[in-house]
Design a protein around this ligand. Structure first.
Ligand SMILES: O=C(O)CCC(=O)C(=O)O
Length: 218
């Protein structure tokens, strides 16, 4: 992984955790942004979301079951089924999505630089063997607002490309507590998760990786 112009924008030791801000092809990566306490709080809040809106393992419009399990909080959740990829105001069970927890909104306020508030917090759960293919986030009405991603639990190998699927890609292991802001040119860039290191973190006691993405939808 090559940071842009070899730049580590900032790094600071916070106890045993090194915080660093990297920029890779426009992806702003805040390594070690969340403290262990903050991560534990977020996991608790995500459990509340999942209680209200259970995880589902959706199918793509072509009928392929995704390996990732999903749910959401906010006015909209992103869903996929035979009818297509889209945002919906209700969980597939027909209930509205729960509110985005304050702990998650605070990260958006601190790092997004956006005037708009997120309307969706998509929750992805990666169990053993789960992955997410290279894709663009393009179901939102505007690309003027960033997508902000929070990693919790096991390490995930995050692949970043350009605006064409064939553009060269670079990868970085995201760890629990890392936050990525995809804005500007990176907002339309292809990205995905090739694999996780199942059991590499104790943040989720049974293993697995949670990823939260905050999106302005309308
Ligand atoms: O899990 C991740 O780090 C990325 C998730 C993602 O790309 C998405 O939800 O669109």
């Amino acid at each position: 992984m090559q940071p842009d112009s070899g730049v580590i924008l900032s790094s600071v030791a916070d106890g045993a955790v090194l915080m660093a801000r990297l920029s890779v092809s426009g992806f702003e990566i805040h390594k070690g942004y969340l403290s262990a306490d903050a991560q534990a709080r977020l996991v608790k809040d995500v459990r509340q979301i999942v209680r209200a809106a259970p995880l589902v393992q959706p199918i793509t419009p072509r009928g392929k079951r995704m390996s990732v399990q999903m749910t959401a909080a906010g006015r909209y959740g992103w869903i996929t089924d035979r009818q297509g990829y889209r945002y919906a105001t209700e969980h597939p069970s027909g209930t509205p999505w729960p509110d985005i927890p304050v702990s998650i909104m605070a990260i958006w306020q601190a790092l997004s630089g956006s005037e708009r508030a997120p309307e969706c917090c998509l929750v992805n759960f990666y169990g053993e063997g789960a992955r997410m293919g290279l894709h663009q986030d393009k179901d939102e009405a505007s690309f003027d607002w960033p997508v902000l991603s929070v990693s919790l639990g096991d390490d995930g190998l995050f692949r970043m490309g350009g605006t064409d699927r064939s553009d060269k890609t670079q990868s970085i292991w995201l760890q629990s507590g890392d936050v990525v802001v995809m804005g500007g040119a990176a907002r339309r860039a292809f990205h995905g998760v090739d694999r996780i290191r199942f059991g590499s973190s104790t943040v989720l006691p049974k293993g697995g990786r949670l990823n939260l993405t905050l999106r302005v939808v309308t």
